[in-house]
Design a protein around this ligand. Structure first.
Ligand code: NAD
Length: 424
């Protein structure tokens, strides 16, 4: 099943529970606008390539379209459509007045120079400028795009329109109007949700041993914050492999090694040569990413890639809680197995929604000309995440469904309420 087919199947299921009309269902099945172009980009050697570029504006019933732009060789229309639909759901779950969109350019940025990536970013904006804007459609970073790229896009947009409009894009550098706290927003958002869940199930932090796959922006911040809060961090990994230590790891130390040597495993190994004495003394083990997912822990946090928990490994997951910081880390089959095992899966549309929420704060600051401190940002983020968790948790109990199904129902319900209010 493709990502968009999966969305449609979930929607059709939700339509029955929510008693949606035929028109409402049709509206939610169909993107408002699909923009598809080949953007021409000059390579450094003077040749010109035409790259497939997409922007899908799915639904703006609750507010302007909002969603990231990914630079990835596998980006295609089906995936961008599904991600755009899920953005609409995500914004509704955290109850921020934004709709759903997503963008992508199909190329491998690792094969491109920085100057070439800047030209790709500018070409993307030139192709879609008339559809973007602070009150129309507001992009943000996603896979292999970052604050610097958002800055290039903003400058290109402002050159084209002749307007100063920092709110047309979020996740931009602070000096161009970015928000303080954006870099830790996703991690904090997930942790506010985990804290609310922990209180709901009545488990102390020290009894929730955490394993995190991925040590990038979201995963590394999550590890450091959880450690500071007193959660034992037993496993961490990056693309090169991972480490497990039953008595707990210190993420700050891991971060230092990762920065110096570019691999978490360098804590104990130089390349393939490992310091067995140190490993034994510290009671640590080198593990693969596959082993991390099924390691002995209580909370598993996938914070790297999609499709990590599948029919192949979900039965072996030992965690009681899966907190999905990554987008789409669990396949539909994996999800079914985890549900049968009564593993609590906090879905991506809730767990990682701190990122889009602080993007919304950035947009608000740009519109009002205000600058909030990081403390202010977190103070506003926490109740939004806790309320979203409580609404999802309540819905799961009301309908006897998983947190993923409950979040989907809640998101669709809120979009449909807005559609009905508009039409009445
Ligand atoms: P990032 O690029 O900063 O980090 C990704 C991490 O994953 C890196 O540590 C990388 O080494 C690791 N990784 C790559 N391949 C791996 C593999 N095969 N096994 C294990 N680890 C691997 O990305 P990020 O911003 O931290 O995002 C991570 C995930 O969280 C993505 O799915 C992203 O869509 C999602 N997310 C992030 C944000 C955000 O604000 N950063 C918001 C919402 C969702």
């Amino acid at each position: 099943m493709s990502p968009f087919e999966n969305y449609l199947a979930r929607l059709t299921h939700a339509a029955g529970t929510l008693k949606l009309s035929k028109e409402e269902l049709e509206h939610l099945k169909t993107p408002d606008r699909i923009l598809e172009r080949h953007i021409e980009v000059k390579r450094d050697d003077g040749s010109v390539v035409a790259l497939p570029a997409y922007r899908v504006q799915f639904n703006n019933t609750r507010g302007p379209y909002k969603g990231g732009i990914r630079f990835h060789p596998a980006a295609d229309l089906d995936e961008v459509k599904a991600l755009a639909a899920l953005m609409a759901i995500k914004c509704a779950v955290v109850d921020i007045p934004m709709g759903g969109a997503k963008g992508g350019v199909a190329f491998n940025p690792k094969d491109y120079s920085k100057a070439e990536i800047e030209r790709v970013s500018q070409a993307f904006v030139r192709a879609f400028a008339e559809y973007l804007g602070a009150d129309k459609d507001i992009p943000a970073p996603d896979v292999y795009t970052n604050a610097e790229i958002m800055g290039w896009m903003l400058e290109e947009f402002q050159t084209i329109t002749g307007r100063t409009e920092p709110g047309m894009i979020t996740g931009k550098p602070i000096e161009l109007g970015g928000s303080l706290g954006r870099d830790t927003a996703t991690a904090w958002g997930a942790i506010y949700v985990l804290e609310a869940l922990r209180k709901a199930i009545g488990t102390p932090r020290r009894e929730l041993r955490v394993a995190i796959q991925g040590f990038g922006n979201a995963g590394a911040h999550a590890a450091e914050i959880l450690h500071a809060l007193g959660y034992p961090i037993v496993a961490l990994s990056d693309s090169k492999g991972g480490i497990y230590r039953a008595s707990g790891l210190n993420p700050e130390e891991v971060n230092r090694v990762k920065h110096e040597k570019d691999a978490i495993t360098e804590m104990y190994c130089q390349g393939t040569v490992c310091d067995l004495e140190k490993l034994e003394k510290e009671g640590a083990r080198i593990i693969t990413n596959a082993e991390l997912l099924t390691s002995d822990c209580d909370v598993l946090i996938p914070a790297a890639l999609d499709n990590q928990l599948t029919a192949k490994n979900a039965a072996d997951v030992k965690a009681k809680i899966v907190l999905e910081i990554a987008n789409g880390p669990t396949s539909p089959e994996g999800d079914r197995v985890l549900a049968e095992k009564k593993v609590i899966v906090i879905p991506d549309v809730l767990a990682n929604a701190g990122g889009v929420t602080v993007s919304y704060f950035e947009w608000l600051q740009n519109k009002s000309g205000e600058h909030w401190s990081e403390e202010e940002v977190m103070k506003k983020l926490q109740p939004i995440m806790v309320n979203a968790f409580e609404a999802v948790w309540h819905k799961a109990q009301e309908h006897h469904v998983t947190a993923r199904d409950a979040a989907f129902l809640l998101g669709v319900e809120r979009i449909v309420e807005a559609m009905r209010a508009k039409n009445s």
